[in-house]
Design a binder for this molecule. Structure first.
Ligand code: NAP
Length: 338
């Protein structure tokens, strides 16, 4: 018998006498079994978890969960890479099916969604996910996450999608940040699991695609900084500046850049593109300093491919009569392809 509940509409039990009906458990028999498992867990035992994929990141996730005493099964396509986790107390499964069958919460961390689909969409595994919660922490697109949530819903499983905003060494630490989206109730019900993964694991919305959308936005920011650093290194080397000196000066300047980024986001949000008394710097001031950079790069034969992209947006703003606007005015030209 199938219960049809609106996704995310979850009846929480006020006491342990009432079995919970979760959005990801559609089958009544499975619900009762799950209720018994939750009852056991709530009186002291932790969730049983499987981690599928124990590469660099998956191993860090598994280690953090083991450190917080979760019952863990791990599986990796190349079994050798999962074996070290056995020494820490994990059970190493011989197949993805065995791992999925063993656990209530299935955390997936492989290279991409194609790999996730290859593992979960096997017929036997697809049947075994019913009544379980899939948490895919693999990087992907917003639409990929929405499609995966839809597939899980059709197979009677809950789904949360996560974007890991950290390198493996941050996992399990207070500074470990993971953005999670999808069924909020499933996130709250598994708070202890997420807490073990990092001090800053946040639920960012019901739309399963939201974590990946935020991930892409933040990656755009990060690559802006990293490609900027590559340019700075090229300029420094051409001008015989020691890279240690560059690093020290960057540390001193970073708060100014951070302030400019925060101001840019705030002004764009408010649509305050004209220069005013709070403007930190106009397009014209940036454009003029930008000419110095181009001149130096040309003189030293440094590749301009990245900075020519900046020049393109300066030109669009100037052609639109916004030379004296706030730097934030440039955001009007970035959102739409020319
Ligand atoms: P990794 O060390 O290269 O590990 C990749 C994992 O994916 C391995 O377990 C690999 O299994 C598995 N895999 C690849 N193709 C597969 C397939 N077709 N079927 C089954 N398993 C497959 O990469 P990683 O650094 O752990 O990254 C994993 C995920 O975390 C990626 O989505 C990445 O974007 C995300 N992430 C990583 C970082 C980071 O700093 N490392 C940060 C944020 C997010 P085998 O061992 O058998 O090859």
């Amino acid at each position: 018998m199938l219960l049809s509940l609106p996704p995310g509409d979850y009846l929480r039990p006020g006491s342990y006498c009432v079995p919970p009906i979760s959005p990801y458990l559609h089958d009544v028999a499975t619900d009762v079994a799950s209720w018994r498992r939750q009852l056991i867990w709530r009186v002291g035992m932790k969730r049983s978890i499987a981690v599928l994929g124990t590469g660099r990141m998956g191993s860090a996730l598994a280690r953090a969960l083991l450190a917080s005493d979760h019952r863990m099964t791990v599986w990796n396509r190349t079994k050798d890479k999962a074996e070290p986790l056995a020494l820490l107390g994990a059970t190493v499964a011989s197949s993805a099916l065995e791992a999925v069958t063993s656990a209530e919460v299935i955390i997936v961390n492989v290279s991409d969604y194609k790999a996730t689909a290859g593992i979960l969409r096997d017929d036997a595994v697809a049947s075994a996910v019913r009544g379980k919660l899939i948490v895919d922490l693999t990087s992907g697109t917003p639409q990929g996450a929405r499609d995966a949530a839809e597939w899980c819903g059709r197979h009677g499983a809950g789904y949360l999608d996560g974007a890991i905003m950290a390198t493996p060494d941050f996992i399990g630490t207070d500074a470990g940040t993971i953005l999670v989206s999808g069924q909020g109730q499933a996130f709250r019900d598994n708070e202890a699991v997420f807490r073990a993964l990092g001090g800053n694991v946040q639920h960012v919305g019901q739309d399963p695609g939201r974590a990946n959308a935020l991930d892409s936005a933040l990656l755009a920011l990060m690559w802006g900084a990293l490609f900027g650093a590559l340019n700075a290194i090229a300029v420094s080397q051409a001008e015989d500046i020691d890279l240690g000196e560059l690093s020290r000066q960057w540390t001193a300047t970073a708060p100014v850049v951070e302030g400019l980024v925060t101001d840019l986001i705030k002004r764009t949000d408010a649509g305050r593109f004209a220069s005013d008394e709070e403007t930190l710097s106009s397009i014209s001031i940036h454009h003029s300093a930008f000419q110095h950079l181009l001149e130096l790069m040309d003189a030293r034969g440094i590749d301009r491919a990245v900075v020519d992209g900046y020049g393109f947006f300066f030109q669009r703003a100037i052609a639109a009569g916004q030379l004296h606007g706030d730097f934030a005015a440039l955001s009007q030209f970035m959102g739409k392809a020319a």
